[in-house]
Structures are given as C-alpha cells and as structure tokens.
Design a protein around this ligand. Structure first.
Ligand SMILES: Cc1cc2nc3c(=O)[nH]c(=O)nc-3n(C[C@H](O)[C@H](O)[C@H](O)COP(=O)(O)O)c2cc1C
Length: 398
C-alpha cells in the first residue's frame, strides 16, 4: 500500500471540544494526586487522571497537567513530586484537592525523605524527580524519573469514568450474579428441614452450595450452634481445581476441560493431580478434604476477602494459591477404615430427577480424630439426606 501523506487525507471538520470530552470520557482512568512543595515550602497537590507508567528501564512515569493549571506552575518549583494513587474510599480527598485554597485541610499526610507530601490511605505512592516536561497542545507531558515507591494498602482503586467516580468490580461479582445467588438461596430453602435434622443428629454443620458462573456459593447452612462465618449464605469459592469437582460438567458449572484449564499453570503435575482427583470424585460420588498445611483460620480469612464486594484481584490470587498448597489434602486415594483422619469437610451431590447435580450437600465441623469407618458412615448418612433434598426440589430446578 502506498504511504499516505497528510496532503492525501480528505479535509475534516474541526473537532468540537465538547464532543471530544464526551467521547474520551468513555475511557476509564485511575485517579492520582500529584503532590510537591511550592518555592516557599507550602505543600501543593493536584488531581490528575492522566498518570501512567511509562518505562521500566529506566523507571519512568508520566502525567499531563493543563498549561493553565495554577497548581502545576507552582509545582514545577518543587525539587521532587509524589504521585499518590487514590483508593476507592478517597473520593472525599479528591474533593479537598479540587478546592482552590486549603487543599490539605483535614487531609492526613506525611513527608517523604525529600519533603514531598505522601497522603495517608492511598493504595500506593511513587516519588519522582523531574525528567522532562514536553509541550503537548494545551497540556504538558511530564516525565518523572522514579526515586522511590511503595504499595500502601491492598484495596480497590478509585476510578473515573464519564465524569463520575466509581470503583473496580471483578467480573464475577456483577449485579446479574446477585440475582442468580438470590434465586439459588430460595431454591436451597427446600432442603432446610432435612439439613436441620441432620445438623442436630450429628452435632455438625450442614451446608448447601450451588454453582454461580465462575464460582460457587454457600446458599444455606444449618448448625445447632449457628452458622460459622465462613459458611454464611453468600460466601463464595472459586471453581478452580481442586474445588467444586462434584459439580463439574453439570448445568451452571464449568465443563471438565474448562475446570482443568483453570488449574494454575505452574506445572503439568498440578493438572494431572486435578485430573486424578476429579476422576475419583466422579467415580465415588463423594468428596473429602482433610485438614492440611493452611490452617482453617487463615483459610476462612482468605475466603472472607474473596467473598467481599471489595475483592481485589490480589485477594483472589491469594485464595487460589492457598488452595493449591492444600491440593494434596483433597480426595485421598483410599479411606482406610482402621486409620484416623482429621477431615475438614465431606460432600455429596444433590441431583434432580434427571440425574443432574444442582447443588452439593456438605458436612463440616467434624471431630479432629475421625476413623475411616466413621467417615464412610457419615458419607452414607449425608447421601440419604441429599436424596431427600433432591426429591424436595421445586419443579423449576427439576
Ligand atoms: C478525576 C479528575 C482528573 C483530572 N485530571 C487532570 C489531569 O490529568 N490534568 C490536569 O491538568 N487536570 C486534571 N484535573 C483537573 C485538576 O485537578 C484541576 O482542576 C486543574 O489542574 C485546575 O486547577 P488549578 O488551576 O487550581 O491547578 C482532573 C480533575 C479530576 C476531578
């Protein structure tokens, strides 16, 4: 194709600034406050949506101030500047920095070694020396050479989109998902009576779990002593090996291939173990987890952070990593009737009349020293309850 020159291009109408602002508002950005010191030492700060990471080697970042910015003209006198990345709960701080005067009033901050204000409560800060200030239309393009940087809080960032503030939501926590969860909780009510009977008889906790897209969730819990925090309805778990194997290949849950593909790609061995465990679960029709390397309190905390509306991708990864460290505690090859185990949970599928697995019935709070014979007896007992719950399912789920 011949190279086009500016002369070859057809003439176009000048771009209407309002239209440009509207169209470019469709691009979401993070929000940062650039701080520094005026020549008289007073602290300065301005809100920007144009902060960007530019280069790793050498470490460079950028932002674009308006040429007309009064604050920026003073900021240029500062020895260094500091980029403060705003957290989702810091909309109020941005409001303070949009004032003309007294921007730091009511805002907590400390000094960096070179004197730049570091605002408290941000997700991260990056202190820079001036590297370049390049002319860019009615803005400057500022390049900063990174001197020091730190992540402060593992929390969601503040975002700006179509002239409004908002926050990041993981795809799996979309609003439609909440409706599916509410429907699954209503369905699970049909198992309430049977679950309470079982919980009282065994003195343990009995829960129902249902698939929810990429995840599955606790949808009902019965416990004579009240449900524990980590099994409250609405608590979520990822459909990542070794979890959720009883539901794999059934409606609303991932296919076998999909589920195996979700195993962390650390080694072939991880996938092979997941494959073996899935086969065992499908052949036996029950699942068992023994307690292991990650203590149950840590696990509960990770599950809690994963289930929170303010879940970060990092929280997601931490849970998946911990589950991987526990993979060997899932689905042991044999349960020796004479051996003593420390089981975390036993689960069986709840099937509709077509044989599809629609939920999982789970027994937890088992005694620390449980013999193999007792484990097999418990499985037999929860199977009876899962059959009863399957028969009580509302017609829509059948
Ligand atoms: C979310 C958000 C993003 C902004 N991004 C920029 C930006 O990238 N560059 C800029 O010059 N001003 C930006 N502004 C506007 C400035 O914060 C400020 O209003 C402007 O610099 C004029 O203030 P001054 O003359 O008092 O310094 C942004 C404002 C908001 C609320």
């Amino acid at each position: 194709m011949p190279e086009a020159t500016a002369l070859d291009l057809p003439r176009v109408e000048p771009i209407d600034p309002q239209h440009m602002r509207h169209v470019l508002g469709s691009y979401p950005t993070g929000v940062a406050i650039i701080t520094g010191r005026a020549a008289d030492g007073s602290p300065l700060g301005m809100v920007v949506g144009t902060f960007n990471s530019v280069s790793m080697d050498p470490p460079l970042v950028s932002f674009m101030p308006m040429k007309s910015s009064y604050t920026f003209s003073a900021l240029r006198e500062s020895r260094t500047f500091c980029v403060n990345i705003m957290a989702a709960d810091q909309e109020g701080v941005c409001g303070a920095f949009m004032r003309r005067e007294n921007k730091f009033e009511g805002v907590d901050w400390r000094e960096s070694p070179t004197g730049s204000p570091i605002l408290e409560g941000t997700t991260a800060w990056i202190e820079c020396e001036w590297s370049d200030v390049i002319d860019a239309g009615d803005h400057y393009f500022v390049l900063g050479a990174v001197r020091e940087l730190a992540a402060e809080r593992n929390c969601l960032p503040l975002l700006f989109f179509q002239r409004g503030y908002g926050r990041f939501t993981p795809g799996s926590l979309m609003a439609s998902d909440y409706r599916s969860l509410a429907a699954a909780i209503r369905t699970a009510e049909c198992g309430r009576q049977e679950m309470e009977l079982l919980a009282n008889e065994l003195g343990m906790e009995v829960s129902l779990l249902a698939p929810l897209g990429d995840e599955f969730a606790f949808v009902a819990t019965a416990n004579a002593e009240g449900p524990s925090h980590s099994t409250m309805p609405g608590t979520r778990l990822p459909f990542v090996p070794p979890l959720g194997s009883l539901m794999v290949d059934h409606p609303g849950a991932p296919s076998r291939q999909d589920w195996l593909d979700r195993a962390p790609h650390t080694s072939r061995e991880v996938r092979e173990v997941a494959e073996i465990q899935l086969r065992r679960v499908q052949e036996r029709g029950w699942s068992v987890t023994l307690s292991g390397e990650v203590n149950s309190r840590t696990l509960d905390e990770l599950v809690d952070a994963f289930s929170a509306p303010a879940r970060t991708p990092e929280n997601e990864q931490r849970l998946i990593d911990a589950l991987q460290r526990m993979a060997a505690c899932h689905e042991p090859a044999d349960i020796d009737p004479t051996a003593i185990y420390s089981p975390l949970q036993l689960s069986v599928p709840v099937r509709n009349p077509e044989g599809n697995v629609v939920m999982v019935l789970r027994l937890s709070g088992l005694p620390e020293n449980t013999s193999g014979t007792e484990i097999l007896d418990f499985i037999h007992r929860i199977r009876q309850s899962s059959t009863a719950i399957g028969l009580a399912l509302p017609h829509a789920v059948r």
